[in-house]
Design a protein around this ligand. Sequence first.
Ligand SMILES: Cc1cc2nc3c(=O)[nH]c(=O)nc-3n(C[C@H](O)[C@H](O)[C@H](O)COP(=O)(O)O)c2cc1C
Length: 396
Amino acid sequence: MQQHGTLFKTLQLPCGVVLKNRIAKSAMSDSLSDGTGHPTSEQIRLYQRWAEGGLAVSIIGEVQGSSNYAEKPGNLVLNAASDLAQFRELAKRGSENDTLLWLQLGHAGALAYQPTSNPKGPSALDLLGLSCAALTKDEIHQIPLEFARTAKLAQQAGFSGVQIHAAHGFLLSQFLSPLFNKRGDEYGGTIANRMKLLLASIEATRAAVGPNFPIAVKLNSSDQLVGGLDAEEALKVVAALDGSSVDLIDISGGTYFPGAKSANDGAGRGPYFIEFAKSARALTTKPLMLTGGFKTRAQAEEAVASGVVDVVGLARALALEPARPNLWMADQTPEPAFPRFSEAPEGGITAWYTMRLTEIGADNKTSDVGDLEQAIRDYEARDQTRTEVWLRHFPN
Ligand SMILES: Cc1cc2nc3c(=O)[nH]c(=O)nc-3n(C[C@H](O)[C@H](O)[C@H](O)COP(=O)(O)O)c2cc1C
């Protein structure tokens, strides 16, 4: 029998909120909203199943404050026009079993979904597979306020925290990255300038939700691209976050830039960004979460027991088995096998895991996602249907 004492100890965040254990479901865009930005019954059931499965924190990926820069047409959109009652139901079910249910505040910026958006990022880009206009200064000034408004609504609807998404090449990560951010004003140039929008977003969100509501940040340890945000600069962001009001820094890496590695295709056997986490630990007393590459209880246990991180973030592991925390707690072995995909077409693995989430939400007893080609077909067909609904629902 393995030791799992540390993994199942509580953790108090700086804002006072207590996590019942050290396992978080890292943010996953589930593509299960209805195309008008509202939750579906499958989506509510998905979060309920994760809650039943024993994790401490469950983070809903890519919740948009506006319909203009969504990552996908299956994203939730939470703003003054939303029907809060539907969000309350999601918050209630996903918070069962003393689970903290947080919304990830998203804005895809330059990577906004083209069929429903006119993408805009820190700077205009015109590359193969990536083209966008530059945000004006006035538009930039509105962004922290928009995050803050969505966070306040999340609090009113019964969600128990938010995560500001500053990873994977979406808007705030674009501002941090010299590849996307070529601005000549106070938001570009030095890393101190490039992190201004992130710090302003935290400040505005904290002012909106008050001192006792968890705010996390998901940050790239590196873009894993030549010319992108590197570890040295990312550590400067960690040092700045130490002086902010955030409650948890979630470490990730990788960027959706044409041809780049994404956060779920790191190499090697163990957690991907552990060396960075060790360096970050020396710079901050904020609780650290590490996401990427955790497959076994022993890896998760060691990351926490060694003191390197406080929380482990799991995405694919919880898409394969939503009750994994309970199984770990009950010493159930062996660990379920991860599928191996050779020669995956671009986007294939994300599509496969997203369709797997659909199965969990549908309470399917057996898994029938099919191969990667099938998953991509199903995923794209659903996106197309959602896009039609989205374009009818949201005025341009
Ligand atoms: C289907 C799927 C959707 C994802 N969507 C998001 C997202 O919306 N926001 C985010 O920060 N990360 C997202 N990720 C990345 C995961 O949170 C995580 O960083 C990555 O998968 C590595 O963790 P893992 O090795 O435990 O899967 C997604 C991953 C998958 C597989």
